[in-house]
Design a binder for this molecule. Structure first.
Ligand code: DMJ
Length: 557
């Protein structure tokens, strides 16, 4: 994401942005300082009891009492905070943290960890912080940093490698950091678990010159892609030894989300056309088989038939991804509905059953997830529509009202009672606070071109890492979509045509207007009643006016 202007004196919203960015800064420090005081060097803070949890190892179902006595966790929340500290301009704390980690962090521990989580949180955090520590802005005092974070990252990357030693090249989901893959390790993993490693592992290879990290991640991604169905759909879980799918139903949420994200971001970071081609096919299949108006249900990868009609909190990242490819209208419509659900409950529930119009009986929690804030940030950058600042303010207010406690920020166990849970997830520091801050103060990104990993860790887009720089990301070609007067970069993904007409047109896939298409009354798709809405060109179904005042193929919620 390249941003031309950050804070401008002419910006009519500068006062609000200043006020809000200060508010978010305080939120971050409330969470960070409490972590440092009560939980560091363990992984995560328990803000209600002001104690800690070593969640990275617990993720491996290894009970704390089975860990070596001297085990002090992996400082996970500190690693996750590194780039946030820099974005907030706190070079002193960043430097202190980098030096502490350099001297104290070790991965030579008998702990079973989840490869995907450890990759996005720890490896991603270290690689990103290393790049930020060594870039041309000289953020650290000369002589104090000698690539120690990269040395740690390389050590961790090497401990990942045995996970890929399977007949398929698809990695085990779990690995013991000291002993590698343990006997009788489970062979089931998820699509995102083996398909979202390329950013961190690729960056590690580029930085160290050791191609093995990128090679194994690339091999796994290619294998995964080869397992797609004839509809270009993938399932959610699979067996790494047999290469067989276990769960054939999938969507854009849990277990799959970052797979899509890493195809497009891998293309942006490394310029590989191969990733773009995969992404394009995968994205079109998602839009065709999962999308229902602004919502995305799940479908069976073999038949394309809808399976589960559920909204999940993780899906809220999708509009942000759509901004990256220029599909702003679709992003905007989904984002509005996610925000409507946020308003309805006060936060986003983990799972909502669209077909029954009720909360999932057990997944009523909100663990301080960042996805809606993330999409809000992207959409504001793309449109500069002050509506997104309102959305951001509302998210900040809800977080402070419902989740702030003396000892940090607590997750919500049940959105119907707002009962709290004793857990401040590390992604609150790496993502939730970061995206909210960047929404109101993007000066860190001015004249920089970063992409964010799925855990919110920035990686610079460097031409030296590119096979070929995609046209849309060559700075001189960059067109931001800020106002109607400016030319829009319409993406190939913006086509809204009837699939049947597409098949029959015989004119080199030129866009053909669907015969059934009746446009909405207003070009921005806003509406007061159903009469303002037309007929959807893709499905030929009549659109209706949502409670948020937007035309689409809504399910009532
Ligand atoms: C984060 O750890 C990452 O964004 C991941 O991809 C899925 N979502 C969680 C936060 O909700």
């Amino acid at each position: 994401m390249f941003i031309h202007n950050s804070t401008s004196k002419l910006d009519p919203y500068s006062v609000k942005k200043k006020r809000m960015s200060e508010k978010v800064r305080k939120m971050f420090y409330h969470a960070y300082n409490n972590y440092m005081m009560h939980a560091f060097p363990h992984d995560e803070l328990k803000p209600l009891t002001k104690t800690f949890t070593d969640s990275l190892s617990e993720l491996g179902n290894l009970k704390l009492e089975h860990l070596p006595q001297e085990y002090n966790g992996s400082s996970l929340s500190l690693i996750e905070s590194l780039s946030s500290l820099l974005i907030l301009g706190n070079h002193t704390e960043f430097e202190r943290a980098v030096l502490w980690l350099s001297e104290n962090l070790t991965f030579d521990v008998d702990a079973r960890i989840n490869l995907f989580e450890c990759n996005i949180r720890v490896l991603g955090g270290l690689v990103s912080a290393h790049i930020l520590a060594t870039d041309s802005t000289n953020r650290l005092n000369k002589g104090t940093y000698e690539n120690q974070l990269l040395v740690l990252a390389e050590d961790l990357g090497q401990r990942f490698l045995p996970a890929f030693d399977t007949p398929t090249g698809l990695p085990y989901a779990w690995i013991n950091l000291k002993y590698g893959v343990i006997k009788n390790e489970i062979t089931e993993t998820s699509t995102s678990g083996c398909g979202s490693l390329i950013l961190e592992m690729g960056a590690l290879s580029r930085l160290t010159g050791d191609p093995r990290f990128e090679n194994v991640a690339l091999h796994a991604l290619r294998k995964l892609w080869s397992m797609r169905s004839s509809l270009n759909l993938l399932g959610t879980t699979l067996d790494v030894e047999t290469g067989e799918w276990i769960e054939h139903s999938s969507g854009i949420g849990a277990g799959v989300d970052s797979f899509y994200e890493y195809l497009i971001k891998g293309h942006i970071l490394f310029g590989r056309e191969e990733f773009w081609r995969m992404f394009q096919s995968a994205y079109l299949a998602v839009q065709k088989y999962f999308r229902y108006g602004p919502w995305y249900h799940e479908a069976d990868m073999r038949t394309g038939k809808a399976t589960f009609w559920q909204l999940t909190s993780l899906q809220a990242f999708w509009p942000g991804l759509q901004v990256l490819i220029g599909d702003i209208a679709a992003a905007n419509s989904s984002h509005r509905e996610f925000f409507h659900v946020w308003n309805k409950f006060g936060v986003l529930p983990e799972r909502y059953l669209l077909d029954h119009q009720m909360l999932h009986p057990t997944e009523k929690y909100y663990p301080l997830r960042p996805e809606l804030a993330e999409s809000t940030f992207y959409l504001y950058q793309a449109t500069k529509d002050p509506w997104y600042l309102e959305v951001g303010e509302s998210i900040v207010d809800s977080l402070n009202f419902y989740t702030r406690v003396e000892g940090g920020y607590a997750s919500i166990r049940d959105v119907t009672t707002m009962e709290l849970e004793d857990h401040q997830h590390s992604f609150f520091l790496s993502e939730t606070c970061k995206y909210l801050y960047l929404l109101f103060d993007d000066s860190f990104l001015a004249n920089q071109n970063y992409i964010f990993t799925t855990e919110g860790h920035p990686l610079p887009v460097l031409s030296s890492w590119h096979e070929k720089l995609p046209e849309a990301y060559i700075l001189s070609n960059f067109t931001s979509i800020k106002s109607e007067e400016q030319p829009k970069r319409s993406s190939a993904m913006s086509l809204r045509i009837c699939p049947a007409a597409m098949l029959n047109n015989g004119h080199n896939n030129e866009p053909v207007e669907s015969a059934c298409h009746i446009p909405d009354t207003h070009a921005d798709h806003r509406c007061v009643t159903d009469k303002d809405c037309g007929v959807d060109s893709t499905s030929c179904r009549r659109r209706s006016c949502s409670m948020a005042g937007y035309c689409g193929l809504w399910l009532l919620i």
